[in-house]
Design a protein around this ligand. Sequence first.
Ligand code: EPZ
Length: 429
Amino acid sequence: MDKIRIRGGKALIGSIPVGGAKNAALPLMAASLLTEETLALANIPHLADITTLANLLGTLGVDIALDGHAAGGHQGRVLALTARKIASTTAPYDLVRKMRASVLVLGPLLAREGQAKVSLPGGCAIGARPVDLHIKGLEALGAKIELREGYVDAMAPHGLTGAKIVFPFVSVGATENLMMAACLAKGTTVLSNAAREPEVGDLARCLIAMGASIEGVDTDTLTIHGRDRLSGTTHAIVPDRIEMGTYAMAAAATGGDVELLGGRVELIAAAAEALRAAGATLEDTPRGLRVRRTNAPLVGVDVMTEPFPGFPTDLQAQMMALAATAEGASMITETIFENRFMHVPELRRMGANINLHGGSAMVRGVRKLTGAQVMATDLRASVSLVIAGLAAEGETLVNRVYHLDRGYERLEEKLAACGAEIERVKEAA
Ligand code: EPZ
């Protein structure tokens, strides 16, 4: 398994292109199942998760053409997906277990074919991550669902029927799954307490371009009037706000000055507020978003993760790496996932002073972290160790970097281009 070696202590200076959002690309790829015409997605990042979902869609019968060349002024690739005929309605365990976002094929497949058998995704490092809201919502739309041998077996032989669904708490995936299913249901569906993440809005806008009728986009109440069929379209996906926030925190943590090409402060507003409170400067430029740290030391800030527009849970680990060497204390509270502090023991090995109390971490800044061998556990915890390594004295070796490859395209290249001493160490297979 590859490792990443970092020699810390260099300020990041330069520019980093921001790719298309992984968490927009995945539901959008699943949306291709809703039509027999071609859905062309531009600005697609080159990430392991995208490949995993493409493989799954391929087994379902979706033709996928990849145009590696950027198009329409975007740096990402163009993925053309055509579900002319569904060859199978089963998403097998060995593919779904690799990436829980595969559950996003459940709604579209059921809406298109009247049946779907999708492996339960199983938990992952950050929590149990059940899909009960997805299942209850589809049942409300008239599906008969059985959980058998680790699979969700869903039937709707006479199609789905619109319904009013109130989510007990915000779920990005459940909102996306049910919005897609409702597009082909008979009648109107209202999703209340829906997720408002920009990736949900991006999916809604693409579905509307495919002929869907959706009101309340970007709000917590989505009203979907079902259609008999949807058509294809071409859609460029939104920039990845989590990649943006990650590199912004790396720039601040290393005392750097980085322009995030294609970025905008508004896409990471809550994180920008925390970064400014910590002593970083963020401003929009004609090409994107410039993040720099004034020469004063960073100061600790309190952060609580919340659904959008609150501070994103996907930036919590990265903020903790920054807080580890800020002056003073930071109380970092995780409210979305039950086990999203896997980076804490690893940061402690680098000298961080962190105490956990249930869902909160009290981080007391230390003058310097020291490089160490550390273990990546999940996507965002891994990149928090990279940020810590960039700011630390000495050498850090991050193991199991396949976690990183799921969500960060060309990470070491982008950081090295800003002066970081970072390289990938290929391990013999
Ligand atoms: C999406 O996951 C993202 N993944 C996650 O990003 C992100 O952390 C999360 O939303 C929250 O913003 C993709 O978009 C592919 P949820 P999702 O349903 O949809 C619980 C990354 O690093 N829940 O909003 O799975 C769940 O366990 C990934 O890119 C239920 O209990 O998240 C969690 O505690 C990590 N039952 C909370 O709700 C359900 O049926 C929020 O989950 C569904 C969710």
